[in-house]
Design a protein around this ligand. Sequence first.
Ligand SMILES: O=P(O)(O)OC[C@H]1O[C@H](OP(=O)(O)OP(=O)(O)O)[C@H](O)[C@@H]1O
Ligand SMILES: NC(=O)CC[C@H](N)C(=O)O
Ligand code: SF4
Ligand SMILES: [Mg+2]
Length: 481
Amino acid sequence: MLTTHPFDDDKLKEECGVFGVWGAEQASSLVALGLHALQHRGQEAAGVVSFDGTNYHQYRAMGHVGGTFDKPKVIRKLAGPAGIGHVRYSTTGETALRNVQPLYADLAMGGFALAHNGNLSNAMTLRSELNRRGSIFQSTSDTEVIIHLVATSQKEKPVDRLTDALRHVEGAYSLVCLMPEGLVACRDPLGIRPLVMGKLGEATIFASESVAFDVIGATFIREVDPGEMIVVNDEGLRSFRPFEPARPRPCIFEHVYFSRPDSIIEGTSVYETRKAIGAELAREAPCNADFVVPIPDSGVPAAIGFSQAAHIPFELGIIRSHYVGRTFIQPTQDVRHLGVKLKHNANSALIAGKSVVLVDDSVVRGTTSLRLVQMMRDAGAREVHMRIASPPTRHSCFYGVDTPKRSKLIAAQMGIEGMRDYIKADSLAFITLDGLYRALGDERDSQAPQRCDACFSGDYPTHLTDFENEPPEQLSLVSNT
Ligand SMILES: O=P(O)(O)OC[C@H]1O[C@H](OP(=O)(O)OP(=O)(O)O)[C@H](O)[C@@H]1O
Ligand SMILES: NC(=O)CC[C@H](N)C(=O)O
Ligand code: SF4
Ligand SMILES: [Mg+2]
């Protein structure tokens, strides 16, 4: 059986990445490079659709970008000066070729290709209605609902049909589309998922994260604003705001874990923000230890910030193998437990006899913490403390991150002392939600939070129509942070 991660069940499964180009020679080669830089956002599958002025060309495959889109014969077939691409981690619909994006449909208005990062929280409800009215779905992904809403809209112009469609959906969407008017980029009114705009020569580019511009030498221009739709074609660029204005609620977890540290979000380096979070954590939950040890990869910047603020040396007490990517052929059940050492191993010569404070960005099921605390002890650590650079993850995400059900989130099941006991650490502390906002340069407004922080607070910024009948133990709208 193929899986996307050796410990597949234990993880927040990231989200998706989108990329779009208008006005470049062989746009698909830029799309492939951009998707490569966004690979951390989705490793299940990747796809590209290009437009040569007359025809659309498409290619989708399971697995990583490299391995498919590094082949000249694949790129050559994706002809034309415009292209969009997607890397997927599924949130609705199984991991199968029919759900791999960009989705494409020949509509009465012309070709329509769509790449979506996010998740719609009323997709099931809309799908049943559309089914009843005769729509025939080709996939099980929430994203396809948008295509049927565009197809059945009564509006004249293609872009108006898209706007009309999006007025019916709820949840999170950062989209790039190829359609008769050109390349269209759009972010939901709350701006839950990121989307940025750049330039390379005459070409206009959109991407989930700015790091994708770096790899192709493009210049960052600005973020696509929450609720903004931008249409790019040979006549130029047109921006408009077709939705009711709303107070933005961008995802706070992008800063903590999802985005690459070399990306810039909301004008700030993700790396610097993570260091600031680590420093705030050190102030809120100080700890005496010989070393600060990061849990690679994503715990590293927060650990550097913690170490600098606490004046405790930073040491690589856990070494991460670079040969365990996130695509891995799962070993047989009896050797599966050995897998943990494939990714992380103790630097025993450093650790023996020392007290360490492990710093990680988040705890989901607690598997990583449990294994690594034990690994430190096996390596002879005298004391093992654990500090986490986000508040306890107590609620599931419905906006494009594949979090486990609440019943699988360790912090939804027990308090901090219970978790400390479970992972067998000498001490355990999480940054507070207010502390996290402080590290981001804000003071959290508890009546109207400036960001989506629902996985910590339970304060979901949209209706969750499809989940209204979930049992309360799976879904709680009550804040208990
Ligand atoms: O409590 P758990 O269920 O174990 O999940 C939490 C862990 O998962 C993530 O790391 P991951 O290994 O996915 O990726 P990374 O290498 O980018 O840190 C996160 O950084 C934590 O280390
Ligand atoms: N993680 C995502 O953004 C996924 C996009 C879409 N909801 C899908 O499942 O394919
Ligand atoms: S629930 Fe959490 S991960 Fe999901 S969008 Fe909100 S803050 Fe981000
Ligand atoms: Mg990690």
